[in-house]
Design a protein around this ligand. Structure first.
Ligand SMILES: Cc1cc2nc3c(=O)[nH]c(=O)nc-3n(C[C@H](O)[C@H](O)[C@H](O)COP(=O)(O)OP(=O)(O)OC[C@H]3O[C@@H](n4cnc5c(N)ncnc54)[C@H](O)[C@@H]3O)c2cc1C
Length: 385
């Protein structure tokens, strides 16, 4: 049976509104609450990582990006950290969703693995990613973590990883590692429901203490021989990344757009009745901030459209440009809004002060600033000599 899209959107709107009503307390949180994730799961959000052929919400990047992004945009208005962690679920499963045809490999094995990973989402499990590696600067190609053969066809992961948003909530996590005897990194996934004291191969080495996205539990871990499953895709990492990254970029951007929408609504409310008494500087900063919010919305629309109309299997340049533009604009727009509203936004209990830090996440999310600019320059000028 096909899920009722409208019902999923309506349920997510209700959940986000309830979270927004608890905003003051939620923004003080430094940890995730499992019960919060049960709500979007029961509302059907986990189906964003399942194809329609298996009863999910995913048809294709072109047909599904807008609708899934809107769910995240809505959730972000209620709780930034929860929305960012939630975005990882479809982002991770996109590797299997966006490449239904096996390249250079065994279609049966690919189909079996796809059914397995989607099956986990159907069974109520959240997916996340712990791909980032200290020293890689967010570049998957620089992965040093090793996946050693275990002697019976499986692999054991050893190395250090960080920025694991949703640790403790996601049952399964993807990661990258260089398989033993090979030279380049490949994609793996593992069951993340294990102890964090090292007794089961996974040791918490640094708890997340983000200035923003403070409750995402994006911890750092040391892995020592954790059993991992190799992605059944055999066509090299690049095509599978290319096919999904347009969608993934839009997901991350949607979270930040949702935060900006909520922040501007909040700031409008704070200014009500005081408009005429604003100083010239404040009026100009406000007008500029609103112009930037408008540009953020245009960039978001443009990147979603680039995926809807772009060639399948490729990341459109417009997605990178949109994500980076939104990252820059969100930082400046939120800074201006805080200046207009006043010094009170420096308090930790100010919603705007919290959002100001939350939006900074976008520029660091994959591909982070430096890598994004390399890719944009290459997309326009070609590779450097
Ligand atoms: C809010 C937020 C959530 C995120 N969520 C996720 C997620 O869920 N999953 C995920 O995979 N990524 C996630 N990321 C990470 C993101 O995708 C990028 O990988 C990350 O921002 C890159 O960080 P970096 O530039 O500090 O580089 P990195 O190279 O990743 O880190 C540099 C840090 O590593 C240390 N380091 C240790 N050894 C070395 C060395 N040999 N050389 C250089 N530095 C070294 C440095 O001291 C420095 O502090 C998230 C990022 C943010 C901000």
């Amino acid at each position: 049976m096909q899920p009722d899209r409208e019902a999923v959107h309506a349920n997510v709107r209700d959940i986000a509104a309830a979270f927004a009503a608890q905003r003051g307390e939620r923004q003080q949180r430094r940890a995730l609450d499992r019960a919060d994730f049960d709500q979007p799961a029961q509302a059907g959000f986990l189906l964003t990582g399942v194809p329609t052929s298996q009863g999910g919400l995913w048809e294709s990047a072109a047909k599904s990006t807008r609708s899934i992004c809107e769910l995240l945009r809505t959730l972000a208005g209620g709780d930034s950290s929860l929305a960012l962690v939630s975005s990882m679920h479809p982002a991770v499963l996109a590797f299997w969703l966006a490449s239904p045809r096996a390249a250079g490999g065994d279609q049966d094995a690919w189909d079996r693995q796809r059914a397995e990973v989607f099956g986990a989402a159907l069974d109520g499990h959240w997916w996340g990613t712990i791909t980032s590696e200290p020293g890689s600067g967010g570049d998957i190609a620089k992965t040093k973590t090793l996946a050693k053969l275990d002697g019976s066809g499986g692999y054991l992961l050893s190395g250090q990883k960080h920025f694991s948003s949703g640790s403790g909530i996601s049952s399964f996590m993807i990661t990258t590692a260089v398989p033993e005897g090979e030279t380049g990194p490949e994609l793996f996934y593992f069951d993340a429901r294990r102890a964090w004291d090292g007794s089961d191969g996974m040791k918490l080495i640094a708890e997340w203490d983000g200035h923003g996205m403070a409750a995402t539990q994006s911890h750092a871990f040391q892995f020592d021989g954790v059993p991992v499953v190799r992605c059944a895709w055999r066509g090299g990492l690049q095509p599978v990344l290319q096919a999904s990254f347009g969608f993934v970029g839009c997901l991350f951007a949607a979270v930040i757009v949702g935060i900006c929408d909520a922040a501007f609504e909040n700031a409008h409310e704070a200014l009500r009745g005081k408009e005429a008494s604003l100083r010239p500087y404040e009026r100009i900063e406000w007008a500029r901030a609103e112009m930037e919010h408008w540009l953020i919305q245009q960039a978001y629309e443009g990147m979603v459209r680039a995926v809807e109309t772009g060639p399948e299997g490729q990341t459109p340049l417009g997605v990178l440009q949109g994500k980076t533009a939104i990252a820059e604009l969100a930082e400046t727009a939120m800074g201006r809004v805080c200046k207009v509203i006043g010094g009170g936004t420096f308090h930790r209990r100010s919603p705007l002060g919290n959002w100001c830090e939350d939006v900074r996440a976008l520029g660091f999310l994959r591909p982070p600033w430096g890598l994004a600019y390399d890719r944009m320059a290459e997309g326009s000028l070609g590779s450097p000599a």
